[in-house]
Design a protein around this ligand. Structure first.
Ligand SMILES: Nc1nc2c(ncn2[C@@H]2O[C@H](COP(=O)(O)OP(=O)(O)OP(=O)(O)O)[C@@H](O)[C@H]2O)c(=O)[nH]1
Length: 349
């Protein structure tokens, strides 16, 4: 059977990966795409944000960050998809793996070479990295993961160019080219980009990856070692991979927490509370999103943001018999979780 090309879609927290994927899933380009989602934190919110269509299969892995704990699951997800395809239960000609914003794409790419079963069914097409033009300079300064995602890319797509001026764009482009002179730089405007810049790039060249990271194919031991010690990366994967130098060293002070309630929010109270949070903690709030039940609303409200820039959208109607409730995830640097949780509780009706 022909090998199925797989695309790894990466990019720092909030860069616009889901927006791009949504766009791709909606477009009539003739590809049948299976999606594997990896969500940072416990809540599977992207699944609600992603459009679902009978042609698209969403397989989700929410037990952690893709680079550390999920590789076994990734293999399983890929194998399950391949089996269903072979049995005629699923029909797809491409796989897209959306990684979490904090993932190092290296080990994800590596799966396609290290695992025989995966290699028998799939060929890695390319690593596509979405770069948030508005926040990338700061993210590249502060987070090694952001640099790795750029470094590993076969194609860079700049999002949010509408939020920066020409000089900022030129400075960012120059920096990206310095980090990764190999990857062509394109643009995605709220996910709008020609499909030919995302799929079937045939961009993955193992030799390039080896140049970037000589340990690329030598990390099995590192993983085994880690697991021998019974060490499980938590949801924020905040440990120091000291013995595992090929990995990005995830910043210890970045953490995620979630909030859930089965009571509706008061719109006025929530607006006021979130407004205040953003003013005080915005610079440290890397990413937040949620699906909310607002008092009196018959549709879900999807809220999300990056630093001080928050937006809301009207989501799907609450289905008959569906249990209503809200779930939110916050990812940030040294955020006072208790203050957030207590404040949110005060906003419930
Ligand atoms: N102004 C502007 N906003 C954008 C653009 N693309 C995406 N966004 C917004 O950026 C926010 C984050 O987009 P997502 O697609 O959810 O980002 P993501 O990379 O999937 O986020 P995580 O999976 O949480 O890391 C959303 O509010 C989008 O509407 C763009 O081109 N311009």
């Amino acid at each position: 059977m022909k090998l199925v090309p797989a695309t790894i879609l990466t990019g720092f927290l909030g860069a616009g990966k889901t927006t791009l994927l949504n766009r791709i899933l909606k477009e009539p380009h003739g590809h049948r795409i299976a999606v594997i989602e990896n969500e940072f934190g416990q809540e599977n919110i992207d699944n609600e944000i992603l459009v679902q269509d009978s042609n698209e299969q969403i397989v989700e892995m929410s037990n952690g960050c893709v680079c550390c704990t999920v590789r076994g699951d990734l293999i399983l997800a890929l194998a399950t998809l391949a089996q269903k395809r072979a049995a005629g239960e699923l029909d797809f000609d491409h796989v897209v793996i959306e990684t979490t914003g904090l993932a190092n794409p290296g080990p994800v790419a590596q799966t396609f070479f290290m695992d025989d079963e995966v290699a028998a069914s799939y060929v890695l097409d390319a690593v596509v990295t979405v770069v948030d033009a508005r926040h990338a300079m700061q993210q590249l300064d502060e987070h090694e993961e952001a640099q790795r995602q750029v470094g590993f890319a076969d194609r860079l797509l700049l999002s949010k160019t509408d939020l920066v001026d020409a000089a900022q764009l030129a400075a960012l482009t120059a920096r990206l080219t310095r980090i990764n002179p190999r990857a062509p730089i394109g643009k995605t405007d709220f996910g709008r980009v020609p499909i030919s810049e995302v799929l079937d790039l045939r961009g993955f060249n193992l030799n390039d990856k080896l140049e970037l990271d000589p340990d690329f194919l030598a990390s099995e031991d590192a993983h085994a070692h880690e697991h021998e010690h019974g060490h499980e990366c938590g949801e924020h994967c905040g440990h120091d991979h000291a013995h595992d130098h090929h990995h990005a060293h995830h910043s210890d002070d970045i953490a995620a927490f979630s909030f859930r309630s089965d009571r509706p929010f008061s719109t006025a109270r929530l607006d006021e509370f979130l407004g205040g949070l953003l003013q005080v903690y915005g610079p440290r709030m890397l990413r937040y999103k949620g699906v909310l039940w607002m008092e009196g609303a018959d549709r879900k409200v999807v809220f999300q943001g990056v630093h001080q820039m928050m937006g809301t959208d009207i989501g799907a109607r609450w289905a008959d018999g569906e249990a209503r409730g809200s779930k939110m995830v916050f990812i940030g640097k040294n955020l006072p979780k208790e203050t957030f949780i207590r404040g949110l509780e005060q906003c419930l009706v």
